[in-house]
Structure formats: structure tokens, C-alpha cells
Design a protein around this ligand. Sequence first.
Ligand SMILES: NC(=O)c1ccc[n+]([C@@H]2O[C@H](COP(=O)([O-])OP(=O)(O)OC[C@H]3O[C@@H](n4cnc5c(N)ncnc54)[C@H](OP(=O)(O)O)[C@@H]3O)[C@@H](O)[C@H]2O)c1
Length: 338
Amino acid sequence: MTKTYDVAVVGATGLVGETLLTLLAERNFPVGQVYALASENSFGKELECGRKTLDVEELAEFDFSKVHLAFFAVDAALAAEYVPLATQAGCTVIDNSTHYRNNVEIPLVIPAINPEALAGYKNKNIIASPGSSTIQLALALKPILNVAKLMRIQILACEAVSGAGRRAVDELAGQTASLLSGRPVESKVFEKQIAFNLLPQVGDLIEQGHTQQEMSLLKEIRRVLAQPNLPLSPTVIRAPVFFGTVLEMYFETEIQLPLTQLESVLENAKGLEVFAKHGDYPTPVVEAANHDPVYVGRIRADLTQPNGHHLWLVSDNVRGAALNSVQIAELLVQTGLK
Ligand SMILES: NC(=O)c1ccc[n+]([C@@H]2O[C@H](COP(=O)([O-])OP(=O)(O)OC[C@H]3O[C@@H](n4cnc5c(N)ncnc54)[C@H](OP(=O)(O)O)[C@@H]3O)[C@@H](O)[C@H]2O)c1
């Protein structure tokens, strides 16, 4: 008989939490009991996990000794408060928040990139899952790094509003409806109107005009790729798209990489799907939403730099985050989660 694992999803009513429940069922993760946890406001709501109907329970009242594994999909402050309670109760935690991503005692894992890092999880029984732009970028950079040294990388990450959670999705929907009906808009989640607009700053400014989101992306990607000096310069903006983040990436390699070789390297890479044939291109809404791969399009040589290339990378940010967490859990099971 297949061994099963009792699991809690913390933040189950949120965007990532709900997608975690969907993916656990879709990927036939060997779950026994599943507990859906959220705030007291959601107590008594019902959620689906495959054929199971779950009553949402309150996080503050939950006894983590009932589960082997907990997926955390709440903000960093709640993760800081409740993850230690979960591990003290003997449970292993996969955390989606930013809280543990820069803690050297806790592995930051993308199973397709650095599965070997998982070995360190027994220190604290916690594994951190990176942000979705990091996952998307790492999946594209790793195969290129396997064939050439990278001298320079510049990205423009256009992050979807869902990256800021369900309230942000509601704000874009509400503002769009208001503006189309000629009514004024109010901004609560974002600093300025997001509907029919673009915001050039995601997160607070922290270092010489760079934002928290940009610096986190830089730190996370260097950690996951084990490239402490990776020459990446990121700009992160917020686009009025519900689901699906786009990265326009420019990079220069030390040696000249013929376009055909680059295409073949990307075609054979884990987690990527090249979508550049016949002049077609991937978009967040039509291709990426509700799909697993990071789609790659617009693969082209730079007009001025002989070793420079451009890529257009598109992925469902919420599904990408949840998928990475479930893949970490699958790896834990393969390597002997008790
Ligand atoms: N969205 C993305 O693309 C993405 C990607 C990678 C990582 N992440 C990270 O994943 C985490 C979740 O993001 P999300 O987008 O899913 O957020 P979200 O849609 O805003 O969901 C937040 C969840 O937290 C719960 N929550 C809030 N206050 C709580 C409390 N006091 N006690 C218990 N539960 C509480 C909410 O429950 P109620 O419904 O009851 O309020 C909800 O289930 C965040 O750390 C985020 O940074 C998100």
C-alpha cells in the first residue's frame, strides 16, 4: 500500500493556497488527511481538494502534531509566527513567503535546479520556496549557464497583480469595472491606480533607488543557482494583468552562442516550453494562465552586441509558486520524508 501523508495548507483560501490544493489532487500527491487553514474570517468555508471537500479551520487553533507536512502560503509575518510552532510539533514545513528565503540555515529549493540543496532541510525542518519571478528566471538561466558563462543579464519583470494576493486581484477587477462605468477609483493595495496603468515600483525602495522586490530577486537567484556574483540587473514593474508574469531578458555570454544552439538548449531544458516557431509568441492570459511551463518566445540575437540575446519568458506566477512547493514535497517523499 502507498504510504500517505497528512498535510495542512496554511492560507488555503488565498491564491497560492487554493492552487496548492488543486495541484496536490491533480498530481496525485499521496495525501491522507488534508487540513485547510486560514484566518477566523474564513472559518466554516468549504474548499475542494480533488474529490475531498474540506471545512476551513482557523490557523490559530490548529494542532500541527496532526500532520506530517505543512505548506505555508501566508505572509512573512504569519510565517515567522506559526512556522516555528509547526516544526516544534514535529511537522516539516514548505514556506512560500519571503521570511526564510535568505536564511542560510534553510534551503531555498527549485527541484528542477538545485534538488541537492534539499538535504539541508533537516537542520530546521523548513524548506523555503522562492518567489515566482525567481523560479521563472532560474529555469531559463540554468540551461544557459550549463553551456556558457554569463557576463551580463538585464531583465524587466512585469509582475501580474495576483503576485500581491487576492485583495490585489479584487482591486484590479473593481477599478476596471468602476472606470468602465465612469466612476472614480480608490487604491488600497497599490499606491496608485493599477487598472489601465503600469506601476514602475514593486515594494519599498531600499537600496540606491532599487526596490525590495528587485533586491530579493537578485539574492534569491544567486542563491538558487549558487552563483554569488551573477551579474544580474533586474527591474520589476507591476502590470495590470490578473495572472501571468512576463520577463523580458537580455543576456550576454562570454563565448558566442549561435541562435540555433541557444534554441536547442532551451528546448531541452526542464520546465521550459519553447514557443517561438512560425513567428508565434506566448502571452500571460492565452498561453500561461493555468499551465505549468515557463513559455519562451522572441528568442533573438541582439542588434548591437555579438554575444547578446533576448528572450521573452511567460509563466502563471501563482501556479508556478504552488507547483514548486508541491514538487519540493514530491522530492521530500522520494528522499524519505518520515
Ligand atoms: N501570489 C503569488 O503569485 C505568490 C507567488 C509566490 C509566493 N507568494 C507568497 O505566498 C504567500 C501567499 O500569497 P497569496 O498570493 O496566496 O496571498 P492571498 O491570496 O492574499 O492569501 C493569503 C492567505 O493568508 C490567510 N491569512 C491572512 N491573515 C491570516 C491570519 N491572521 N491567520 C490565518 N490565515 C491568514 C488568508 O486567509 P483569509 O482568506 O481567511 O483571510 C489567505 O488564505 C505570501 O507570502 C506571498 O508572498 C505568492
